[in-house]
Design a protein around this ligand. Structure first.
Ligand code: TRP
Length: 458
């Protein structure tokens, strides 16, 4: 079977070098491998969690779509779509929400970071936290599991989310798979050397830190200006630099082959000035993205072309999503009424048809029990017993041992009732008791397995 690779980009900002290096580039490279089926999408529902400015969401959707296409995405090979064009994803989101432990969401980094920030400011822990933010990992799991992705190329900060998607998938399989693996368990895929590209100040390149280097916006000049602002130490040209403590080197390496990396380090140690070093990085990145930038500008001038591409992608994605969500609905019990009516009716008649042992106390203060058949005709009648527990024990023995307990039991057959009729009724009772016990054991085993699964996630 083909390996399915899937990744999404949240449409809140303008793509920067970090997005390109951490997600877009490795994803496009992977999509060209043989035996790989790729799903790339605009995570525009996720965008709503972080941004309440409709104009910005709309602009970002356009820019990010244009970026993927300009970066060389082959839409003949991959399925490229907007998350919000696939209604099956929100539907799956709910099915998964119902099997996700709240405690696990409490531990999600993004939520915890908000809580920590609130606590540091002396505010309510959940101040400003929406349910969207809290449930962010579940929607992400729906993105991934909808298409049964095997591999998910992401930045390192997203690894926890992929692990959560695995857990949710596992729980769903266990609970509803009836022995089948409904969901593939996804694996995070990080490009080890450059998974998290540093920004201007050395922290992860991120819009929220305002430390990004733009990918296309601002043209070649925008790129050069941004790289000029990368923070370095104050060593002068001619002084040896430490390549290992300079994040400019990490930025450089993300676009360089092994030999170029080696030369850059050697020259820094030999005293290459920071200004010259930055120019080398500019040239390197420009060689990589310059031609894509022209393609990007053309796409931005023709948004209707982008829309067409996305609509075609959504139609293709739904060829997988629509039948799969049907299967999942079936698995959780959202079935047509016809399918459910029969087994239910059967179960009811089985119950009604069973003989019964009733235990009761009479006005004389003594304890009695009696066996009746399915039509409520008396079969066995006990004598009066002073001890209620003794009566209970006999009932239990008759229910579990049947005929074998009958010889010593303080009971008499009702008038006109044959020994065979009593035997048959007791046999039916014993069988029902065994079935009920087996079901109980099954439930207990399930519960234990669930508990073990939860413990291993903690
Ligand atoms: N949360 C991801 C990010 O911020 C974006 C995303 C949403 C995603 N759904 C996904 C990535 C599914 C991979 C797979 O980068």
């Amino acid at each position: 079977m083909n390996q399915r690779v899937l990744t999404g980009i949240t449409t809140t900002g303008t793509p920067h070098l970090g997005n390109y290096v951490g997600a877009i580039r490795p994803a496009i490279a992977a999509s060209r491998e043989a035996g790989v089926e790729s799903f790339f999408f605009l995570a525009d529902y996720h965008a709503l969690i972080k941004c309440d400015d409709p104009a910005r969401i709309a602009r970002s959707r356009l820019e990010i779509a244009a970026t993927w296409l300009a970066a060389g995405l082959d839409t003949g090979r991959v399925t490229f779509y907007a998350q919000s064009d696939i209604p099956e994803i929100t539907e799956l989101n709910w099915l998964l929400t119902c099997v996700t432990a709240k405690g696990q969401m409490n531990r999600a980094h993004a939520y915890k970071a908000s809580v920590d920030a609130n606590e540091a400011k002396g505010q309510e822990p959940d101040d400003g936290v929406t349910m969207g933010l809290f449930c962010y990992p579940i929607l992400m799991a729906a993105d991934i599991l909808m298409f049964n992705a095997h591999r998910v190329p992401v930045g390192r900060d997203q690894v926890q989310h992929i692990e959560m998607a695995r857990d949710v998938a596992q729980r769903f399989n266990h609970q509803f798979g009836a022995g089948r693996e409904l969901f593939v368990l996804p694996e995070a895929e990080i490009e080890e050397s450059v998974a998290t590209l540093p920004g201007l100040d050395g922290r992860k390149m991120s819009k929220s830190y305002d430390n990004t280097v733009p990918l296309f916006e601002g043209g070649a000049k925008g790129l050069k200006d941004a790289i000029a602002r990368v923070v370095t130490d104050s060593r002068l040209p001619g002084e040896p630099k430490d390549p290992d403590s300079a994040h400019l080197v990490t930025l450089h390496d993300a676009f360089a082959d092994a030999a170029t990396r080696e030369a850059f380090r050697r020259d820094l140690v030999a005293g290459l000035g920071w200004g010259d070093a930055k120019q080398r990085v500019v040239d390197l990145v420009e060689a990589h993205v310059g031609s894509m930038r022209a393609h990007y500008a053309e796409l931005m001038a023709h948004p209707e072309r982008i829309e067409d591409v996305l609509q075609a992608g959504a139609a293709k994605a739904r060829q997988t999503a629509t039948p799969f969500i049907k299967e999942l609905r079936q698995a959780v019990g959202l079935r047509t009424m016809v399918a459910v009516a029969q087994p239910h009716a059967q179960a009811v008649t089985e119950k009604v048809a069973l003989p019964l042992i009733k235990q009761y106390r009479e006005a004389d203060g003594l304890f009695y029990f009696k066996l009746t058949d399915a039509h409520n005709h008396l079969l066995l009648q006990s004598t009066g017993l002073a001890d209620g527990r003794e009566a209970g024990n006999w009932v239990k023995r008759l229910k579990t041992e049947g005929d074998a307990a009958l010889a010593e039991a303080p009971v008499a057959r009702a008038e006109g009732v044959s020994a065979e009729a009593v035997s048959a009724a007791l046999a039916a009772l014993v069988e029902a008791t065994q079935a009920a016990d087996a079901e109980k054991a099954d439930k207990a085993a399930n519960k234990a397995a669930n508990k073990a699964a939860k413990a291993s996630q903690a």
